[in-house]
Design a protein around this ligand. Sequence first.
Ligand code: URA
Length: 209
Amino acid sequence: MVVNKTQELDKITEDIIADDVCPDLRGGATQLVPGSGNPDSDILFIGEAPGKKEDETGVPFVGAAGKFLDVMLESIDMDREDVFITNIVKYRPPDNRDPLPAEISAFMPYLIRQLAVIRPKVVVTLGRFSMNVFLPNDKIGHIHGQPQRIDLSIREDLGDLQTIDIPKEQIVLMPLYHPAAALYNGGQREVLLEDFSQIPRLLEEISRQ
Ligand code: URA
């Protein structure tokens, strides 16, 4: 049987529910927000966790931060159907609090499996939490907008996840500030748009390699 990417992603969603990941978060949330968009995309966006609107709709980045993400996508002639968007933590934390380390770890296997299915050319992390999943020792203020090559094969803390079949040495990551930051700080808006504008060239460079 040939299984396509959508079916593989659906299986990951089913597994999150069957494994009852983070039952406390699930108990306070309306629904799981697994991710949405084009599974064949070259770009995977990874945010932090669903907020109120996302919890209501089951779709990531549909609130105020999501509207700004749409503006940034438009600025590089893309829309949501051109990309795939997910979060590290896939249930809304109560009162939109920061995700806890244990919650991030609990969802990590499913995030890595999504990455292995989509196999994007570029992973764009939105905010410091999703950046730190891949680059635990870096500061977003230092490396935002600077593409990083990441090597998951040297991450002993990923344990069994090392057996998941992804091209671990070849992941290119673009760390960006979280779009919500731009809602409170006009300067960040310009920085984000500037960082975002590099994505098409980065994709072109990777395609040529
Ligand atoms: N912020 C996030 O990090 N993710 C969402 O899905 C919405 C807001």
